[in-house]
Write a protein that binds this ligand. Structure first.
Ligand code: DON
Length: 344
């Protein structure tokens, strides 16, 4: 190899390193993988928390399941642990159904019809609905599409002539964000359908107060189905990376959501993604995120990466213990906190 060729090669490698560096902060692929591996090793034996059991099928999921995935905004995938076994997506689906409504009907539709403010209450609070009772359209209610009442309302807003038409849109949007066809975990769907009287009550109250316009039973059923979609850590990280990359799935290249809609989606995640612990989470990580009682958490570092962890045991607020710890650690190493950005 002559000197010119060698210099060209060195130049090309530098550009490659710089490209990765731009995507994640300051890391080479080996350093990103090392951060993922280190968090996996550190938290693998952590035993805090308990599986959700108010949906009986969730209590039967292996509490030792632990998988971590990072997908960068340029589509590179880093994993550790079990990133193949599926858990039910649960509340993480709320982000993507909200995004779909925003895509279809605009940012204002969700703000006016549901609200984009924290309730300050648990995710399935009925008191929160009573406390914020307003005439819909007369002012933004203290509600959002990431708590059950707002999520069931968002599902009711997805347009379609039949329940199946609405469902095809919901599952289609999730598939596009994950980059593969997802399926419903039937045991979870049945288990939650048999025990979701509280959500049925919420659906009926949301109809009575005008948040839901018609057919609350259909909305609750489709909401229950969307919560039962099976996902692994890699799926969730890809869904997060789609939001990190301006609505374009960086693995498949498909534009799933218009980039102008992404900041609104991330804002609601930052406000309410980890429910009444959202403030604490944001304080420590700065990352818009969403948890599900199936044990998944997905977080987004805008322009840099999506990160997800699956680990079923939850804390008192309903958020996976190991997922919170591992994501915070990895994002710290990768410089993921958008509030820590400095001028270049
Ligand atoms: O409606 C429910 O209660 C569940 N399908 C979803 C709740 C959930 O995931 C809350 N997340 N932390």
């Amino acid at each position: 190899m002559n000197r010119r060729h060698r210099n060209m090669l060195i130049g090309a490698s530098l550009v490659a390193v710089l490209a990765v560096t731009m995507q994640t902060g300051a890391q080479t692929p080996a350093e990103i993988q090392q951060a993922v591996d280190a968090a996996y090793a550190k938290f693998r034996t952590l035993k805090e928390g308990k599986n959700a059991d108010y949906i009986p099928a969730l209590a039967k999921v292996d509490p030792n399941l632990f998988g971590i995935a990072v997908v960068t905004a340029d589509g590179k995938v880093y994993t550790a642990g079990d990133v193949k076994t599926e858990v039910s997506i649960q509340s993480i689906s709320k982000v993507f159904t909200m995004a779909q409504v925003i895509e279809e009907q605009g940012l204002e539709s969700v703000e006016k019809q549901i609200g984009v403010d924290a309730t300050g209450a648990r995710f399935n609070s009925i008191i929160a609905v009573e406390a914020v009772r307003t005439v819909v359209g007369s002012g933004a209610p203290e509600m959002n599409p990431l708590v059950n009442p707002g999520a069931i309302s968002a599902t009711s807003m997805v347009r379609g002539g039949t329940a199946d038409a609405v469902w095809q849109k919901i599952i289609g949007f999730h598939n596009d964000a994950a980059g593969r066809p997802l399926t419903v975990l039937q045991d979870v769907y049945k288990s939650e359908s048999d025990t979701n009287q509280r959500n049925q009550a919420i659906g009926a109250v949301m109809l009575a107060y005008g948040y839901i316009k018609r057919n609350w039973q259909q909305a609750v059923d489709l909401y229950t189905r969307q919560c039962s979609i099976g996902v692994n850590a890699r799926d969730l990280a890809t869904m997060g990376a789609t939001l990190a990359a301006g609505g374009r799935n960086p693995v498949t290249g498909k534009q799933v959501l218009n980039s102008s809609k992404v900041p609104g989606v991330l804002a609601v995640m930052a406000t309410a993604g980890l429910y009444d612990d959202s403030g604490k989470w944001l304080y420590h990580t700065g990352l818009p995120a969403k948890s599900g009682v199936g044990g998944g958490i997905v977080a987004v570092s805008p322009g840099k990466f999506g990160i997800a962890v699956v680990s079923p045991p939850l804390d008192d607020a309903g958020n996976s213990v190991r997922a919170q710890r591992a994501i915070a650690d990895i994002s710290n190493v990768l410089g993921g906190n958008p509030y820590a950005a400095r001028p270049r």
